[in-house]
Design a binder for this molecule. Structure first.
Ligand SMILES: [Mg+2]
Length: 406
């Protein structure tokens, strides 16, 4: 049975989201990112702006020169993450085989679903309609037996298009296209191929594969296959995460137990929030310590009952910390806490265990507040020293290793 692969791509994503939020921008040349007198580059251009030659990655100066009346909007990342989450949630209702490519595109393997949903083209139409009515922006969809052909098809029918390539018609679609339309053919490869007199995908398809291999290595064979409309690669589901951890190096090596525990508590809360966001509970907790002499140890603990509260993670971390310090009491340079062995978060709890239920509700409420207003917006009384020792940026504590204090 031939595969049925969809490539779904939201049209001019950032700009479409901005236009949806502010309909005054509809139908106008709009640019997201950059400011008229800044030195940056633009992140996205509306189709109206593209008619003037504007495209993402172009310098603001150039964009302004080509289209002086373009409207520059600063853009807000949270708008895009929320639209992207809605997009992915819609797709997930149709198949578990989804391979997201960034925020605004994905491959779906719909093979074998026709008995349930009807013809694949009809399902694709439904998905397009749902994206339009539930998110307020348009998408383009390519359907074929492979990822590469579906991606080309989706690009060809943009914006707001739907193009199905019947099995056997792949080469007919690809042959007349300029080689730059093939995915993975960047400007460099394009130039090299043009130098050989290869202008269209059809030209490329006829070239002996061994010559392409000589010029492009392994990539040469892929070029040959893609040009012939052949791509057997599978739609790869997003890897499930297997562990979550946070660690930090202290500004100064320390053996002050209160200070160390405050940091551990902060990291536990970070790990707990990430764990709950994934909808998981964890059975294994591990602590990492690096002493001042760089000797690094890791200790772990497997629990009978999976946990997802900050308090439980911190409590287990404290046990491991105290154990480790009994073995070696020496200045500490780095501390980290992690969780693994996940199971889906569910109510494994005794519903009469009101204390634990209260704790769960409290954790969830705190997560919500912090997601909105930042970590330091609410204090649990567990990390009093951090408030005094760590500086705050964007309402989050700035630890010595900032990438870990996200
Ligand atoms: Mg897109």
């Amino acid at each position: 049975m031939p595969r049925q692969i969809l490539h779904i791509d939201l049209d001019a994503f950032f700009v479409s989201v901005e236009q949806m939020l502010n309909p005054e921008l509809l139908g106008k040349p709009v640019v997201v990112g950059g400011h008229v007198d800044s030195r940056g580059v633009i992140a996205a251009a509306s189709y109206e702006a593209r008619e003037y030659g504007l495209k993402s990655g172009m310098s603001v100066a150039k964009a302004h020169q080509l289209c002086p009346h373009a409207i520059f909007v600063p853009g807000k990342f949270s708008h895009y993450t929320s639209a992207s989450a809605k997009f992915m949630a819609i797709l997930a209702e149709y198949t578990p085989d989804i391979e997201p490519m960034g925020m605004d595109e994905a491959y779906l393997d719909m093979t074998g679903f026709e008995p349930i949903y009807g013809p694949v083209k009809q399902t694709a139409s439904t998905i397009k309609w749902r994206i339009k009515s539930e998110i307020g922006i348009t998408a383009s969809i390519g359907i074929s037996t492979s990822k590469v052909v579906s991606k080309v098809a989706a690009n060809l029918c943009k914006p707001d298009g739907l193009l199905e390539v019947a099995p056997g018609n792949e080469q007919r679609l690809l042959a007349p296209l300029p080689i730059g339309k093939l995915p993975f053919v960047g400007p460099k490869t394009d130039k090299k191929l043009s130098g050989l007199g290869i202008k269209t995908v059809g030209d490329l398809a006829k070239w002996p594969v061994n010559l392409l291999q000589k010029m492009f290595g392994v990539h040469g064979q892929t070029l040959n296959l893609h040009a012939n409309g052949i791509d057997v690669s599978a739609v790869a589901r997003r890897q499930q995460i297997k562990s979550i951890s946070r660690e930090t190096t202290f500004a100064k090596d320390s053996l002050d137990l209160r200070y160390i525990k405050d940091n551990l508590c902060y990291l536990s809360e970070r790990v707990g929030a990430a764990l709950r966001k994934e909808g998981k509970s964890a059975k294994c907790l591990s602590l990492k310590l690096r002493y001042a002499d760089f000797d690094t140890i890791s200790r772990s603990l497997t629990l009978k009952q999976p946990v997802d509260t900050n308090e439980a993670i911190f409590a287990a971390g404290t046990i491991l910390l105290e154990k480790a310090l009994k073995v070696r009491r020496h200045l500490i340079r780095l501390i980290g806490i992690g969780v693994s062995k996940f199971i889906d978060r569910q109510r494994q709890l005794d519903i009469f265990d009101t204390a634990l239920l209260k704790l769960e509700h409290l954790n969830t409420a705190i997560d919500k507040i912090r997601q909105r207003y930042g970590y330091s917006a609410i204090q649990t009384g567990a990390t009093p020293l951090l408030g005094k020792t760590a500086s705050i940026r964007d309402r989050n504590y700035l630890l010595a290793t900032p990438c870990l204090s996200r």
